[in-house]
Design a protein around this ligand. Sequence first.
Ligand code: PLP
Length: 385
Amino acid sequence: MDIRKEFLPLSRPELDDEEIDAVAACLRSGWITSGPKVAELEERFRSLTGAPHAVAVASATAGMHLVLAALGVGAGDEVVTPSMTFASTVNQIALRGARPVFVDSDYATLQVLPGEAARAITRRTRAVIPVHFAGAPADLDPIRDAADRAGIPVIEDAAHAVGTSYRGKPAGGHGNTAIYSFHPIKNITTGEGGMVTCFDGELAKRLRLLRFHGIERDAWKRYGKGGTPQYDIREPGYKYNLTDLQAALGVVQMGKVTRMNARRAALAARYRDGLAGVAGIDLPASPPYPHEPSWHLFIVKVTSMDRDAFIGRLADRNIGVGLHFPPCHLLTYVRQRFGTKEGELPGCERAGARILSLPLFPGMADGDVDYVCAAVREILSERRP
Ligand SMILES: Cc1ncc(COP(=O)(O)O)c(C=O)c1O
């Protein structure tokens, strides 16, 4: 095949004049930190999910930190999480002094196994954190049933799930707390940023306090006309607010997300056609329960050659990829601190050695997908005698 000149990245945010105009308008408005644009983005997430509360934050990682802090998770506590998740979740559990209890994921769908999650709950468990992996939903109902029996919350890691639905209702709309990411690779971006949605008004209040130093009143209300600058703090908080500059971007992206996700779905379908029947690669499996994926990532598994060598051959052809994710129980500090070992979680370990994420973003041309498919076929056929 002829090698393309331009590098094809794993992802590229779709930003055009509309986003540029919105950010410019915010710059001209005289108010660029948290204010009316953040409030507008929070409203968008209340209507997207049906959750009564939405709290914008600096990143999904910051959101996870705030939620664990607000729940009082600390030393001696356990939190149940799939190992096949982003390390930020495990870091936040560890930084609170708590223990992550890892459960396996299904090799084919990469979704956490609900039965394993239920079995991992003990008297010390303070929360369960399923991930809507690659934009398809985790099987929330059985996880929620097990958590309800133990009287603990489910925190949905919805970083991949803007536009995902499970059994006819959006991710984040099932009564749980959910955390979204607006990192540039995600289905919508604000540069960096995140959102926590929840159904518990007291939790939302605490998240708002902890998000901004513990100060009870929003800065734009204190500094605006008629505002008063005094404040008090009853409990120290963090500095995890989203800015209006970022939220201005997010509001425009939310207006485009249905279209952008439809384009992702069309590209994913094209990958499926282009790679159908190719030996040596497993295509992403769809979870068996009713759902609508956001097609955040298109993850394949290389079964007939070394995955890292395969990534190198794609790089030779100017194709970038991602790795979502190396299993967390095998990270060096996790092994050292929590005594986890290879062999404990066969599904996610087998997947972890084989997975890679192919380029997928709304601005990709059909021809880009065809090019990747041709490259995959060529690399895998070179392997055969
Ligand atoms: C599954 C998952 N959870 C959490 C995060 C953290 O998101 P953020 O970068 O907004 O902190 C990511 C980001 O890549 C993710 O993929």
